[in-house]
Structures are given as structure tokens and as C-alpha cells.
Design a binder for this molecule. Sequence first.
Ligand code: HEM
Length: 513
Amino acid sequence: MDTLLNLQALPMGAAIGGPVALGGISLFFIRQYVKDQKKKSSPFPPPPEVPGLPVIGNLLQLKEKKPHKTFTKWAEEYGPIYSIKTGSSNMVVLNTNDVAKEAMVTKYSSMSTRKLSNALKILTSDKSMVAMSDYNEFYKTAKRNLLTSTLGTNAQKRHRVHRDTMMNNICEQFHAHAKTFPSEAVNFRKIFQSELFGLSLKQAIGEDLGSVYVEEFGTTLSRQEIFKILVLDPMEGAIEVDWRDFFPYLKWIPNKTFEKRIEQMHFRRQAVMKAIIEQQKKRVASGVELNCYFDYLMSEAKTLSEQQLLMLMWEAIIEASDTVLVTSEWAVYELSKDQEKQNRLLQEIQNACGFEKLTEEKLCKLPYLAAVFHETLRKHSPVPIVPLRYVHEDAQLGGYNIPQGTEIAINIYGCNMDKNMWDSPEEWKPERFLGRKDETMELHKTMAFGGGKRVCAGALQAMLISCVAIGRLVQEFEWRLKDGEEANVDTLGLTTHKLHPLLTNIKPRNRTE
Ligand code: HEM
């Protein structure tokens, strides 16, 4: 997440009631008048509008913090494409595959610019990363480097050893738990998250980190502290709301609490990344080369500024550490809840692998495992809304006029829950993906990874890690939800993190089972 969108949190109420100045309001009405005149001159109608309140528009209706769900409900009443007002901005929301693909593929050139919240402007160093950059030369070069060194098919082959080590470590830790605490539920996230972070570091800098000395703090940070500063805090910061995002004409009014919080996160992230980069530079200078993103950038992307290098390295770490955990945790939740589907998967794995450990080579022979992965991506859409873009020249979408300046929210969750496309979309049914014409290894069976030029660069890595993890864990253990865990389906954050970490009872399987 990859995956940065401020809309996730719109806890407005109090903030909106704050300082609204008269000068600002007049400006707002003038801009509105100009927009209305423009609308009247287009041959296409405007999209249906969700009614809201004067000045704040639909903000209060979105304060529940899960806009993707509210958007999906509105789609039932207003159709696949409609417009809302978030303060002074007009936003068009897209809720089906057809209109989403039109925006991401055929009309991409009119709507490729990223729209960043104030928090994201700071945390992304004003778009200095692949996922949040506009479509420009920096983006094209940075994406090519990322794919060549880390995420493309050949690079993923070179990083295979890290995925295998990660998987063995995960299995070992679950076995150790089952042996030491046979009747205690295991916290899936605790084990998986830490190993995934290790893998992201190995791909980025060639090695896992036990600790790092940070000069700005005058102290040595533990691995857990590094993880918090580089991954957990920025994921939280990305959804911080600054009420000025919705009323840019009031940007001259300070919002000190917000600014201090985000600046501090930025400062800490900068300090830790600088320390890591210094360490790696010393390693390279001493003649030790590693197969990693850092070494590739040092030798192939010499024109990068220090800040660009820092941001690209950080991006590789944070993006590899989050959404794969989200997907794997939800898949294991669903399988632990449904013994019949778990047994069907086990049967398939045993038929394909016999007594051998499941490996990546076997994935093409495991259509039900692929179906489990894609059905989890569909139902739990790890990135529920594509990071916002805005229209930089007048365009049409779904037969409607979309004027320049409109923000575009692509509701992936809505596409994946569309009743016209998916039978009983609220049910988790991997079977819906069986017997289709597409290949077992096809990555884009749902809208989960986005589409077009900005399609997820990490989709292959996500599939390789998640599928092998789900398969190996079912091959080696019997999974059952802890009592009371079934109801814990709430989510939290920028990506659809399970609010309560998954707790399951595990039992190692008999080798002859
Ligand atoms: C199940 C896991 C994942 C899901 C569901 C997911 C989903 C997405 C989505 C929806 C986008 C936005 C597309 C757009 O803006 O139109 C995206 C972009 C991106 N993702 Fe992922 N992602 C996942 C895993 C990963 C991983 C593991 C990495 C890297 C290690 C990664 C790296 C990226 C990058 C670099 C982009 C920007 C691509 C571009 O702008 O050209 N993603 N992802």
C-alpha cells in the first residue's frame, strides 16, 4: 500500500464546526458559480448527486470512517457512478468494474493526477514515491527500477530464497506454539507480521535488522521500534484528517495539533531511514554487495537526490509489510471458520503434493488455493478505495460529464461487492472462481489490484507469498477459530486490517492424515 487515501477517515463533526471565515465562504460561492456555468455548457448530463448539506456537503454522512461501505450503500440508490461533495470539493465515486476500468484504462490520460491530503503531502514528501506520484518521468523511471530490481517476474525469482526462509520460519513458530501451548489460541498476526517485515527489509536492503543506532535520537532502536516508526505510524498518519483538506480556501488558518503530529512522524521516519541508508552505504563502500533494491539504485539510479532515495527505499519497505498480511490473515480467518472448505483445500494440496512440502512450483496445480486467495481479495478488498485522483481536463465517464477539477474515488470494495456481477457477494465462496476460463495463475480476477497503467506493481509478490502461506499453513495445521472470534469482522485503518488480530486454535496435522 500501498495504498494511501485520506478518505478512510472522515471523523468530521467537531473539526468542521471550527473556524469558518467569511472571506472563505464568499470565495467558495464564487467558485461554485463558475463550476455551475461550466456544467451547463456540456452535452452530457452530470452524474446523479447524493444530497448533502450546504457548505459541508456529504461530509457528515461519511464520518463512520469506512467510506467504502457508505459508498457501496449509496450505489444501490444512485447507481454505479454518482457525485458527492466533500466540503468545497466535488468528488465522483465509481462503484462497478465497467466505470472503474473506463477511468483506469481508457480515460486514464484525463484523470491520472494524484490528489493528496495534507497528511499525505508530508508523508509522501510531496509524491516522491512510485505509488503516489503523478504519471511523469520520475514515475516511469522509478517504477521501472522497482520492477527490474524487486517486484518483476525475474526479480521475484532472485528473491525466492527470502520467501522460502520466511515461510519456514513462520511454520516453525506455529509448531513451537502448538508444542508449548497446545490448548492456547495463537495470535496469527504476531508471527506473520514480523516475518513479513523481515522479508521486506531483505528485499530492500539485503538483510534483516536487529536494531539500528539513530543519531537524531541519540539511541539504538529495536527492530520492533523500527517497525513502528517505518510502518505502523505512517499507516495511521496517512488517514489523519485535517479539516483544511475539505476547505482549501481556509488553508491560512493553522491546525497546530495536526501539523505537529504529522511532522513528528515524518521526522522520525526520516531519521530512521537516514540511519539505515548510512549503514548500507558503508556496507557498499566496504565492497560487500547484496542482491537488493538499495544496491540496484546505488548503481543504476545515480541521479536520485538523497530524499528521493530515502523515499523509494521506505516505499519498498512499507508496501511489502502490510497488504499481504491483511490478505493472509483474512484467508486464514475464513478457512478456520469453515471446516468443509478447509478440508477441500487440504484434499487438493495432498493430491498435488503428496507428502512433499507445498512450494511455488505447485501453485499452478492448485486451483482451489488460487480461488481462496482471489475470493479473500474480493470479499475483504485490502485496498478498498484506490488513492484519489483528479480530473485535469473535462471528460466523460459512464455517459456523464465530469468537469476538470473533480476528484475521482474508485471504490474497489464496491466493485467487488456489486450484486450484478457477484452472486451473494457478502458470502465467502471460493467455488465462484472455479471452472472459469481464466488461468489458475491469472492475477486479476477481481479489481483488488486496480488496473491500467497504475495497476499494483506488487501483485505477483502478494500472490506468491499469500498463496504459499495459506497452503503451507493448511497443509501443516488444522485451524479452528477461538470461541467468540467469528464475530470479530470489524476492520481498521487505511487498508482493511482486521480490527482484532486473528486468534485461532491450531493442531499439527498427522503426516499420514
Ligand atoms: C494483496 C496485496 C495487495 C493489494 C490488494 C494491492 C493493491 C493495490 C492497488 C489497489 C493499487 C493502486 C492502483 C492505482 O492507483 O490505480 C496498488 C498500487 C501499488 N502497489 Fe499494491 N497491492 C498489494 C500488494 C503490494 C505489494 C506486496 C507491493 C510491493 C511490495 C505493492 C506495491 C504497489 C506499488 C508500487 C503500487 C503503485 C503502482 C503504480 O502506481 O504504478 N503492492 N496496489
